[in-house]
Design a protein around this ligand. Structure first.
Ligand SMILES: [Zn+2]
Length: 386
């Protein structure tokens, strides 16, 4: 029998109450998970971040040794800044079958289900272990899981497969796009705005670069396509921009952040290479004629690898069997799945909640989705039992 939904909701309320926005420490939330597991006699390993302000966690239930299925979640969530919420985002609230709270969907709901299933896992005689994995800094480039993955097979047991519980409304995901993030910095020359010919307007040149990024986006739409994805092509997006000091000064600097979401089979360097060529051929000559110190610099800031399960993947078949679905799907968002897969752990993505509610104001997960995932975990325990 799956654990009662009240146990899941109680755990979810506790997890939501920890403000684990990526910029903050997650140590209190990890301590809570650790203490909860200890209460059931389960030891866990904490892998601290370099600055010691965050940690990931790895715990195993069942026979020690190799193999087993890892249930992987991230503890961090996105900020609530600038969002209008109908209730306190850090106080779980149930309205009409929906549990509202930051991270309720992405992805504390999954973790609450996993924790609530611990008594059930313990009541079984497992043939192979179930591993509980909790990371940090997933929302800022999937960086927090990397030190933990580096220890799989050495300091930590290597699971034979991983289920990443991102919000898929219980669909089984076997592929996602790759994400590359970039920072472009335009340096021009300051001048009095009455004498603009003496300056190099960094904002204007940044605007030209951004227009080129838009053209790159149009070009990407007709390069590689894959109908399994929505949209079925690679995309680009400028996310933030900052520059200038006053309206009467020709701005010296302007920087903007942008990203590329590439199909797994696409060339991820097409966009940055084309932008660099545009900058060097079309913009820099004009800038340098006025200011020899002018420059355009683009830095690659982060990468979340694409995820593509191998054909015939056992864990994908297992997830399909547990959900009763007959076909897999893909998503356009990034997850830790590509990192696990690259580390030799076959992975599938499947979890409760709808990604449309993730990151948004009034984020919620339905109790029906949590019930569905509890049933998934109960079936998993049954399959792994003697
Ligand atoms: Zn997530």
């Amino acid at each position: 029998m799956p654990a009662s939904s009240s146990a899941v909701q109680e755990l979810l309320a506790k997890l939501v109450a920890f403000d684990t926005t990526s910029a903050r420490s997650n140590l209190e939330a990890i301590a809570f998970v650790r203490a909860y597991l200890e209460g059931y006699g389960i030891a866990s390993t904490q892998i601290p971040s370099e600055d010691g302000k965050k940690a990931s966690l790895f715990a195993s239930i069942g026979p020690a040794g190799k193999g087993g299925i890892g249930l992987s979640s991230h503890s961090d969530c996105v900020p609530v800044d600038g969002q209008t919420w109908s209730s306190d985002p850090f106080e779980l609230e149930l309205r009409d079958g929906k549990l509202y709270g930051r991270g309720s969907c992405d992805m504390k709901g999954f973790l609450a289900c996993v924790l609530a299933s611990v008594p059930l896992f313990l009541s079984r005689t497992l043939k192979e272990p179930i591993h509980i994995i909790v990371s940090y800094d997933e929302e800022v480039g999937c960086t927090g899981i990397r030190p933990l993955i580096a220890q799989l097979g050495s300091g930590l047991p290597q699971p034979r497969a991983i289920i990443v519980g991102e919000s898929t409304t219980m669909a089984v995901i076997d592929a996602h796009k790759r994400i590359d993030t970039y920072r472009s910095l335009v340096t021009g020359r300051e001048a009095h705005s009455s004498l603009p010919q003496l300056g190099v307007n960094a904002i204007s040149f940044a605007a030209e670069l951004i227009e080129e990024i838009e053209r790159i986006g149009t070009a990407l739409a007709s390069r590689e396509t894959n109908d399994r994805f929505d949209p079925p092509f690679s995309t680009v997006q400028v996310g933030t921009i900052e520059g200038g000091t006053a309206t009467n000064i020709v701005p010296k600097t302007c920087e903007f952040h942008w990203q590329v979401r590439s199909l797994p089979e696409a060339d991820p360097d097409y966009a940055p290479k084309r932008l660099e060529a545009f900058a060097e051929e079309k913009l820099l000559p004009c800038m340098l004629r006025v200011a020899p110190t002018a420059s355009i610099e683009t830095l690659h800031q982060g990468r979340v690898p694409a995820f593509r399960a191998k054909s015939g993947s056992e864990v994908v078949a297992l997830a399909l069997a547990l959900t009763g679905a007959h076909a897999t799907s893909t998503v356009s968002y990034g997850t830790e799945a590509g990192l696990f897969e690259a580390a030799g752990c076959p992975t599938a993505i499947c979890g409760p909640g709808n990604i449309e509610q993730a990151h948004a104001a009034d984020e919620f997960v339905t109790t029906a989705q949590l019930d569905a995932f509890m049933a998934f975990l109960a079936k998993l325990a049954e399959r792994l039992s003697i």
